[in-house]
Design a protein around this ligand. Structure first.
Ligand code: NAD
Length: 485
């Protein structure tokens, strides 16, 4: 019998599901059991071409609609997503292995928030009137045209919506390529947008690995590329987009600092460290994986952290009692286990976890290393798994310098009860998305994105509008034209 996760077809183009089994088969593996639950086929060059040409054509009429009309469709899609939240969350759990406890509140709901928020903004995207004496200049906020979205595997529904919603609100069309590791959820986003009334061809989904992503990025019909992925992929995609002078948004990796001063509320700080390292089994780009703890509270912090980490419930992700799921794939599990071995070899002190869990699927125990130093591999490289590095520090000045000593700059957090210190420290940290006495909140109203190697551009909030539109300025002369001859 077909597994319920098996989609109707691999691609969604021009308002309908499309299958083409000539493409390379991509098995979809349920990370909690290792069983194959679905198969999709990578887009052939013919499918890539069909998706791009349909999106290019459909965009013209979409951009001519009023913002209010476009927004109404996005808001209707948000309502449908909320109505279908349970079903979409179950699918998200099959796609990623993340526990239903999380997916019920963090995925389709976050996607719906983006559709609702940008749907609401769509009618208010206006230009300016700039008086020039008798003359004037007016500006028009225009769509970019055809946008490509390329997703990572940790939040397949959310990423499809965080890119699609602002793109469509501004009058663009989109071809979205999900990660080959989690190809299922974006198809549902396309289906729902069309059910809500999006014209055929406005939002298309095609499957494939890096080659398909590369074909999309280099196609001359494409005006903008928005990627969520790793820094090495980001460098390649940014360079390829630059060849065609395309707009880009790059949401890339991180190795973010979470700084805990000794006056912080310990339980809140431990909660922040847990949220910033173990949510989605650590597969979150903005995670605060370098936890700097001031020496005065170090042992107390570690003891409370180990105690609370021991409460994680590993198990069947479709069971709502489970609070900690597997790695997305066997490959990712092996990468993370490799980092854990490096941590042990390089002399970090293992506080808890440190191995594959003794059960089916790709589970790794939530792992905490203490006495980590800045030069250790686990403190320098993005692990993208449930591995927290705790480092000690003495002074504010020292910890700011050490926190910034990285190529990345996605996020940063500070826990302290001294609010002037909190703002002073955050002001000096080189990061795009920051938190005070909290960690990893990502509401659609707040800009999200990184500095340095962690990215270019911002998702969410009004900032995202700037990255999915461009400004035309028009000078209007009321009098005669003076010319030299
Ligand atoms: P990845 O870089 O391996 O792949 C990302 C996407 O790019 C996939 O869809 C992949 O098929 C595609 N791709 C690969 N090579 C390509 C090429 N040459 N041209 C075009 N597309 C190509 O990343 P991943 O392993 O799927 O995801 C994990 C990474 O994503 C981590 O580094 C994580 O930090 C990052 N991430 C960032 C954010 C953010 O918002 N900043 C969010 C989630 C994940």
């Amino acid at each position: 019998m077909t597994h319920p996760a098996q989609p109707i077809a691999s691609h969604f183009i021009n308002g309908e599901y499309v299958e083409d089994t000539n493409g390379t088969p991509i098995p979809v593996i349920y990370a909690a059991t290792g069983e194959q639950i679905a198969t999709v086929y990578a887009a052939t060059p013919e499918i890539v071409d069909r998706a791009l040409s349909t999106a290019k054509e459909a965009q013209k009429a979409w951009a001519k609609m009023t913002g209010t009309e476009r927004g109404r469709i996005l808001r209707r899609a948000a309502d449908i997503m909320r109505e279908r939240n349970h079903e979409l969350s179950v699918l998200e759990t099959y796609d990623t292995g993340k526990p239903l406890q999380e997916t019920l509140i963090a995925d389709a709901t976050s996607g719906a928030d983006a559709l609702e928020y940008f749907g609401g903004l769509a009618g208010s995207l206006t230009g300016e009137h700039i008086p020039m004496g008798e003359d004037w200049v007016y500006t028009v906020r225009e769509a970019l045209g055809l946008c490509v979205g390329i997703g990572a595997w940790n939040y397949p529904t959310q990423i499809a919506c965080w890119k699609g919603a602002p793109a469509l609100a501004c009058g663009n069309s989109m071809v979205f390529k999900p990660s080959e590791t989690t190809p299922l959820c974006a198809l549902k986003v396309a289906e729902i947008l069309h059910e809500a009334g999006a014209p055929a061809g406005i939002y298309n989904v095609i499957q494939g690995m890096g080659e398909v992503g590369g074909a999309l990025v280099t196609d001359p019909r494409v005006d903008k590329v928005s990627l969520t992925g790793s820094v090495p992929t980001g460098k390649k995609v940014y360079a390829a987009a630059a060849e065609g002078m395309k707009h880009v948004t790059m949401e890339l990796g991180g190795k973010s600092p979470l700084i805990i001063f000794d006056d912080a509320d310990i339980d809140n700080a431990v909660g922040g460290a847990i949220n910033g390292n173990f949510y989605s089994s650590g597969q979150v780009c903005s995670n605060g994986t370098r936890v700097f703890v001031q020496k005065g509270i170090k042992e107390k912090f570690l003891a409370r952290l180990a105690e609370r980490t021991g409460n994680a419930i590993l198990g069947d992700p479709q069971d709502e009692a489970t609070s900690f799921g597997p790695m997305v794939s066997e490959n990712q599990m092996n990468i993370v286990l490799g980092y854990i071995e490096k941590g042990k070899e390089e002399g970090a002190r293992l506080i808890c976890g440190g191995k594959r869990a003794d059960m089916d699927g790709y589970f790794i125990e939530p792992t905490v290393f203490a006495d980590v130093t800045d030069d250790m591999t686990i403190a320098r490289e993005e692990i993208f798994g449930p591995v927290m590095s705790v480092l000690d520090f003495d002074t504010e000045e020292e910890v700011i310098a050490r926190a910034n000593d990285t190529e990345f700059g996605l996020s940063a957090g500070v826990f302290t009860n001294d609010f002037s210190r909190a703002h002073r420290v955050i002001g000096q940290l080189e990061a795009g998305s920051c938190f005070i006495n909290s960690y990893n909140d990502a509401p659609v109203e707040a800009p999200f994105g990184g500095v340095k190697a962690s990215g270019v551009g911002r998702e969410n909030s009004k900032e995202a509008i700037k990255h999915f539109s461009q400004v035309k300025s028009v000078y209007v002369r009321m009098g005669d034209v003076e010319a030299a001859f």
